[in-house]
Design a protein around this ligand. Sequence first.
Ligand code: SF4
Length: 201
Amino acid sequence: MLLHALIPASRANGPGLRAVVFFQGCSVGCVGCWNSRTHPFHGAEVPVDVVAQDLVRAQAQHTLEGVTFSGGEPMQQADSLLRLIQGLHQQAPELSFGMFSGYAEHELAKGRYWTWGDGSSEQHRRRLWQEIRACLDFAVVGRFNQAQPGSQPLRTTRNQVLRLFSHRYTPADFSEELTEVSIKEGGRAEVTGFPTRGLPW
Ligand code: SF4
């Protein structure tokens, strides 16, 4: 899979303490996207099982509640995403799973999304979404639309929808939007969460 970044522990990307996997690559093209460095489909290609091992290590180190998939566009690497979720579910069944996707749910359900590098059929993509959806506890779906700014939990624009696919969470489990800044060794700052006026996005 093409990986942009992995944050081992975050409180800004869903309920509780979660690892965040940022897929590299997105062709959806939302105007004003604040994460354009994740758009090109090139960079670090990492085996799915290596990413899974890193996440299991992070889970042991931080007692994570779950993993959130972001990007980039996770559904444009749907095969890898499904294999990653299935591998994690086997190794750490207590983890919950969430996802941010720029696609609307009806596009995903009809297989009307593009996938990187495989030329898969609509039927295959429909089945992939059904399998991924069955594993997810929540997803935020829909384009970033800068004409409709919003501030509901995990949603930057009002058209985006928070979907709960299991009984694990209720809407009350999703806190207000947070911006998280981690200072790494060597002083490098890593910013995740949601754009706030005045921050350098
Ligand atoms: S789907 Fe996400 S990463 Fe892709 S352009 Fe839209 S906001 Fe940016």
